[in-house]
Structures are given as C-alpha cells and as structure tokens.
Design a binder for this molecule. Structure first.
Ligand code: P6P
Length: 342
C-alpha cells in the first residue's frame, strides 16, 4: 500500500476501493470503449468541472452573498435560491461551446436550451437539487442525465429530450456534502469519486458500487403520511414488521443525499404521490429517471409505484412523478403494497 494510495476505508459491501490515485479524467479515458470518439468522456469531464465550481461556492455560501433567495421563481413556481441560479449558469456555460451538447434541459429553465444543433448529446439536469436546504447547511446535489441523439444530422426535436430513462447513455450526480462526491454510470456500473480540494481533482474512491444485500434504511417523509394513499401505509406497516429487511427510517429531505446514503448502505428513497398532488413533487426527466438509471446499474431499480421509472415516456420536460428508487426487493414490495386494493 503506497503512501500515495487514497485510503477510503472499507468499501461499501458491493463496491471496490480504489487502488492508487486515479483521477476521473484518467478513469474515463481508461474505461471508454476503444471505438469511442472521447466526446462522452470529455462531456463528463465538463460536468466534473461544473461540480468543482459549484462545490467551491456551496462551501463558501455562508461567507459570500450566495445564501438566500434570488427574488425569482423557477418554472415550477418554486422560489429560486441564489445558488440555484449560479449552478444553472455554471452548467449552461460549461456544457456550451464545445460541439458536444445540442440541447440542455434544466429545472431552472422553462424551455429546453438549444446550444448546438449539430452536436451529439442532450443533457438534462437539476443544477442544485435540495437547494431549499442550503441555508441550513444540509447536503445538496446536482443531478444529470445524458442522451445520445439518434440522428445528429438533423435539427433537434422534442424526440431528442423527451425520451424514456432507459435510453440514457449516462447519468449521475454531484453531492455537496461533508465531502464533494461525483457518482456516475455510463452503463458499465456505478463509480464514485471524491473531490480532493487540495489538488482540485475528483479521485476514484469506489468502483462498481452495488446495493448491499441487506438494506439498512427506508427514506420517506412520514410527516406526509396522512396525504398518502392506503398502499403507502401498508408498505410502512410492512417495513415495521419483525420479519422484514429494515424498519430504520432516515430522511434528509435532499434527494441526492438520501439516494447516496441508501446506495452505500442499502435502502429505498421515495417521494410518493399525495391526495392533493397524485403526481408527487419530483420531476421525471432530470430527477427520477437519472436516479433510476443509477439504481438499476447498482442492482436496484426505480418505480413510480406501478412501473419502472425508466420505461415512462415523458410528455413534458417538467412533469412530476412519484419516485421510489433503491433496493430492488423494497421497491418490488412497495409496488405490491400499492397494487393491492385493500
Ligand atoms: P419534502 C428538495 O427540495 C426536494 O426537491 C428533494 O431533494 C427532496 O427529496 C424533496 O424535495 C423533499 O421534499 O416535501 O419532504 O421537504
């Protein structure tokens, strides 16, 4: 064991700890198919750079004029935080001008942004999910998904960005927490990198992350239980039986943080539909689908309570959906509880 080797401690049950210092740039270059042009790798590098810039600001938010509200609302009518606007600007800037991205879909923008009509990729993202938590210094995250256009020789249409998550080429998130981690999959497993702020590089921490066999947590906001349909209560009652995998509830209220903890320790995160909003709160295109892609790559799955999130054909870029992502057996059981009429 060289003194240079990172020592991330014991890997999660299903992951492999890094051996040696491996930057994300090197990992991407070493793992891209021999036939690849390198465009996807460089696009992921661009997102990693955006993560570094956003991390540098979230880390200093209490010291600069970046806390608080931006005085505007996003397309969902939610108050924009100053850091939402900054994160969106960073993503737009770093994804533009390199001939890689054709269209950007952002939670913070009412319509898709046409960047380069001949470029091969579409990026969907939530630039700073959980931003309502920023003022209380709770972890927040950037969620992204990347689609490769089926025909880049014609001008883009909504068929390029309104696609089921199963068509994703890659997806991931940057978690701005006690450390900054970038977790992504390009369809060959889930890999996690930690930002070394001294070096300014994302260094490989774990590769091939898989959900542990025995899930440790369930993450549901029980305060909303009175608004849930009967099947959700059946699921929570099932969890609290003595013969089920877990009855330990952990809920941060920041989807990326809840998802990440459950990926490492096993569990399911959910935001159910409610009586007055059966479609729930989270968005399909740039939250549910990318997280479901990652979950499936790690041996789990994502559902809206009835079917795989990855199979849903979006009809609008900001459409909401109930989201349940994580441990496969827990998501399967949740669907069974919701399916029963009584
Ligand atoms: P609630 C954060 O605002 C967010 O969009 C997700 O990150 C998070 O999972 C959810 O909302 C929390 O919502 O209603 O439980 O506070």
């Amino acid at each position: 064991m060289s003194t240079l080797d990172p020592d991330p401690g014991p890997p999660p049950v299903g992951g492999r700890a890094a051996e040696g210092v491996i930057t994300i740039e090197r990992f991407l270059a070493d793992h891209q198919p021999a036939t690849a042009t390198g465009s996807l790798s460089r696009l992921l590098d661009d997102i990693a750079l955006a993560g570094k810039l956003i991390a540098s600001r979230t880390r200093r938010a209490g010291l600069t004029k970046l806390l608080g509200k931006a005085g505007a609302v996003n397309p969902q009518g939610e108050e924009q935080q100053l850091l939402d606007v900054y994160a969106d600007d960073v993503m737009t800037s770093l994804l533009s001008g390199h001939g890689r991205v054709c269209v950007i879909v952002s939670e913070e923008q009412p319509e898709p942004l046409l960047v380069d009509e001949s470029a091969p990729y579409v990026v969907v993202h939530d630039p700073l999910d959980g931003s309502s938590n920023i003022d209380s210094n709770v972890s927040v995250g950037t969620i992204f998904g990347i689609y490769r256009r089926e025909n880049a020789s014609i001008p883009p249409t909504s068929d390029d960005w309104l696609r089921p998550g199963r068509d994703l080429t890659a997806a991931g998130y940057v978690l701005y927490g006690t450390s900054t981690m970038l977790v992504y999959s390009a369809g060959e497993g889930v890999h996690a990198f930690t930002l070394d702020p001294e070096v300014g590089e994302f260094l490989l921490t774990w590769s091939d992350l898989r959900y542990p066999e025995d899930p440790a947590y369930y993450s549901l906001n029980l305060a909303s239980a009175p608004q849930w349909e009967q099947g959700m209560r059946r699921f929570v009652d099932w969890l609290h039986r003595d013969d089920t995998p877990t009855s330990t509830q952990r809920y941060i209220g920041s989807a990326v943080a809840d998802f990440h903890r459950n990926l490492l320790h096993g569990g399911v995160f959910g935001y159910p539909g409610e009586v007055d909003r059966p479609e729930g709160k989270l968005r399909l295109v740039y939250e549910g689908a990318p997280l479901a892609f990652l979950a499936e790559q790690a041996g789990g799955r994502g559902s809206d309570g009835i079917r795989d999130l990855l199979d849903i054909q979006p009809t609008s870029i900001h459409q909401r959906t109930p989201v349940f992502v994580g441990d496969r057996q827990l998501v399967d059981q949740l669907e069974a509880c919701l399916f029963r009429e009584t």
